[in-house]
Design a protein. Structure first.
Length: 80
């Protein structure tokens, strides 16, 4: 099982994109989970913002936050 974490620093908080990718011996996909967390800089507590089981969703989340910054976070709050 492979876990890949990407931290995107911000002024008031950081965003952590975590991708869990589990494959069998032949390379077939068994499990995939992409989670997006808001990281509190003082307490280091992680607050779940969004979760997806669609393969490749972590790259989409990461690119969206790196491109749009806080505006992407505000869009997510409006949809939830």
């Amino acid at each position: 099982m492979e876990i890949k974490r990407t931290t995107i620093p911000g002024l008031t908080f950081s965003v952590v994109v975590e991708e869990v990718n589990h494959r069998d011996a032949l390379g077939g996909l068994i499990c995939y989970l992409a989670s997006l967390y808001r990281l509190d800089p003082k307490t280091k507590a992680r607050h779940l913002v969004r979760r997806s089981r669609i393969p490749g969703a972590a790259a989409e989340m990461r690119n969206e936050f790196q491109r749009d910054g806080i505006q992407a976070f505000r869009r997510l709050e409006a949809t939830v």
